[in-house]
Ligand binder design. Sequence first.
Ligand code: OGA
Ligand code: NI
Length: 367
Amino acid sequence: MVVGDLDPEVVYMVATSEENMWLLLAADWKRRAVIIGPGLISSHNLPRWGTNSRTSPKTSPKTSIIFEIPVVDLGSTDRASTVEKIRAASENLGLFQVVNHRIPVTVMDEMLQGVRRFHKQDVEVKKQFYTRDLSRIVVYNSNFNLHSSPAANWRDTFFSFMAPSPPPPEELPEVCRDIQIEYSNQVMKLGGLLFRLISEALGLNNNHLGDLDFDKGLSIAGYCYPACPQPDLTMGTTKHTDGGFLTVLLQDEIGGLQILHQNQWIDVPPIPGALVINIGDLLQILSNDKLRSMEHRVVASEKGPRVSVACFFGTSLAPSKKVLGPLPELVSDENPPRYRETTFHEYGQYSFSKALDGVPRLLHWRI
Ligand code: OGA
Ligand code: NI
């Protein structure tokens, strides 16, 4: 393609790497699109409508304000104070970091290494996982919403549901399957603890959320954010809230994660050994807006590749009639339900179809 000949009728996409250009070109394009690779954008500016600048205001990490993200010590013996810190952070910010969470640093490091190994593999190996079919055990693609988003995010993802029905190990990528299983098991245990603490923070019996099985479904995403030659033109991940109950995020030392607080983008600094916990839309619904699901994003960077691992406690896409809505214990005549009831299935379908398109999904269920 000759870059000088940009055609206004064409949707331009940014591909994150040469490899992905190849993969994406091989994909089943539903509409006319042209892939612009890093080699081209490093010497030519992209038209505005081909970048993420339209959906994500241009704010470089340098302009974000300094603000302390709460760090909760899960090893503390003062349970009341731990619960109180989690309550305050989940109500005000929707995000906190945890230390002394009992997941060994060696397991965390190996998980990040596993994600690096996966993304570094030869295209021919990764090709077998490349799909947009979410019923596959492993879903690997550059952007799951590539056909519907105005511009691509500067990241590649592999994704699997891990619980309650663990996938057959031999179907997971060989270079990271052992650690993917080990890390997911550890995150499930941590989730058990977090759901107990959050139940207490909501003034409920500590097994309340667990008894409703909200801590039983886990999916894992291993991200690679390649170094980006023109970070101001795109986003690592466009602004969004997470759709599930709770996300446990492991990020490497590069940084770039930011949350929107009082109209300012605030860095969530990588802390060695810590995990980032953020409240998802479903906990906001269940708590009838007491807990907040916070908008966040990842800025693109000239440094990279950055890797991160997100574990989502949430619903699966499997048909389920299980009902979701504000918990009866948390509503009253003075505090009536602010969301209509939905089912796991309807929630999963809608929530996934709208992920990362910039529209707050919670509005769909708001009364
Ligand atoms: C997500 C997310 C942040 C990151 O996957 O929902 O916000 O640092 N990821 O990769
Ligand atoms: Ni997120």
